[in-house]
Design a protein around this ligand. Structure first.
Ligand SMILES: Nc1ncnc2c1ncn2[C@@H]1O[C@H](COP(=O)(O)OP(=O)(O)O)[C@@H](O)[C@H]1O
Ligand SMILES: [Mg+2]
Length: 148
């Protein structure tokens, strides 16, 4: 596990970018845990940047999945409003796609669909500008995290 203190939205974007720049090929699912406004979507913008995605990544109301095309496909899932939504597609197909990077905000909503091997990013609001960001892996392999 590694802990970072981000002092601005831009720093959080850079951290998301560096995570992907250093991510071993064997990981393709990234879970983002943290309260509203902790910076999950901001972090995802950095992930998009690393994948060469130029369109704006945001969290539009009532959209729980958006897919972007970059050097790899990015599946951005925001499951905050998932309760009570009848899904007319199979989320699992997106999460299990090993050729894509899947980033999941509010992953506890789909606990049973999360692959055993994943990266966990825990974000915490400290004050208007500061966030604590912890990065770890489900299998405890953190050598690559040291390079972030
Ligand atoms: N250090 C920081 N890291 C991330 N976001 C920050 C930071 N400082 C301020 N912010 C602001 O906090 C808000 C975070 O929103 P967002 O990324 O959508 O959070 P979430 O997806 O967790 O609800 C944005 O308005 C962002 O500009
Ligand atoms: Mg969000």
């Amino acid at each position: 596990m590694r802990q970072f203190i981000s002092k601005s939205a831009n720093e959080t974007i850079q951290l998301g970018k560096k995570l992907i720049d250093n991510l071993p090929k064997s990981y393709h699912v990234i879970l983002l845990n943290g309260d509203l406004s902790s910076g999950k979507t901001t972090f995802t913008k950095g992930i998009g940047k690393a994948l060469g995605i130029t369109s704006v990544i945001n969290s539009p109301t009532f959209t729980i999945l958006k897919t972007y095309q970059g050097t790899k496909t990015l599946n951005h899932l925001d499951l905050y409003r998932m309760d009570g939504i009848g899904l007319d597609f199979d989320l699992e197909d997106y999460i299990l796609d090993e050729d894509a990077i899947s980033v999941i905000e509010w992953p506890s909503q789909v606990e049973e669909l999360i692959p055993q091997k994943h990266v966990l990013v825990e974000l915490k609001w400290l004050n208007e500008t500061d966030r604590e960001i912890k990065i770890s892996t489900s299998d405890g392999n953190s050598d690559w995290i040291k390079k972030i």
